[in-house]
Design a protein. Structure first.
Length: 201
């Protein structure tokens, strides 16, 4: 009966139905890409090997940022963190190309690395004990590194929201060495979290 119905249809209509069915199947199998899909693909390509795993010759290599974070934390010096800070500039450049609405598509792994980076930079500036004053809150970090910190913080807020940044900030208020003796306000004043980022371009 279906064959008889199909045979009775005009060839032009059959062709249009065939094209429509084909397009429907293509849409289901491979949905059209959104602006975020395209931008995330570019971001992943640019950051392959550093923020994302790299596949070469059938092997998978862990993101290099893991090693960079560990080396910088261990050395706690400009020389030991130089390569890490250089890569952070590249990450910031690539993040700037992502529209704000694409934050949820970036992925939890990248979000984790960005938050870990901000946490580490706050700890590096703070040191093993509270800075003696507001004036020494940057520790050994230079203006260039503070600018990187500010740019990444702004990207995190833009892509993941103010509440996520506030949650990290609240964690740091209680985990920075000696912060329990200072209290929240004084910890804020003596940490790079209170830096006026508009002063660093």
């Amino acid at each position: 009966m279906i064959e008889r119905l199909i045979a009775s249809l005009p060839k032009g209509l059959l062709g249009l139905l065939g094209i429509g069915a084909g397009l429907f199947l293509i849409t289901i199998i491979e949905p059209p890409k959104t602006l975020c899909d395209i931008q995330i693909e570019i971001f992943e390509k640019n950051q392959e090997g550093y923020l994302y795993q790299e596949r070469r010759m059938g092997q998978t290599f862990e993101p290099k940022i893991k090693k960079s974070l560990a080396e910088c934390a261990h050395s706690n010096s400009m020389g030991g963190c130089f390569a890490f800070f250089r890569e952070l500039k590249r990450i910031n450049r690539d993040l700037k190309a992502l529209p704000g609405e694409c934050g949820s598509a970036v992925g939890s792994q990248v979000k984790k690395y960005l938050f870990t980076t901000l946490k580490l930079m706050t700890e590096l500036a703070w040191g093993n004990k509270p800075p003696v004053s507001y004036a020494s809150r940057n520790g050994w970090l230079s203006g260039s590194e503070i600018a990187i910190y500010c740019r990444l913080k702004n990207q995190v807020i833009r892509l993941f929201g103010e509440k996520n940044w506030e949650a990290l900030r609240e964690e740091l208020f209680v985990t920075l060495p000696g912060s329990d003796k200072l209290g929240r306000t004084e910890t804020w004043n003596r940490s790079i979290m209170s830096v006026r980022c508009e002063s660093y371009h």
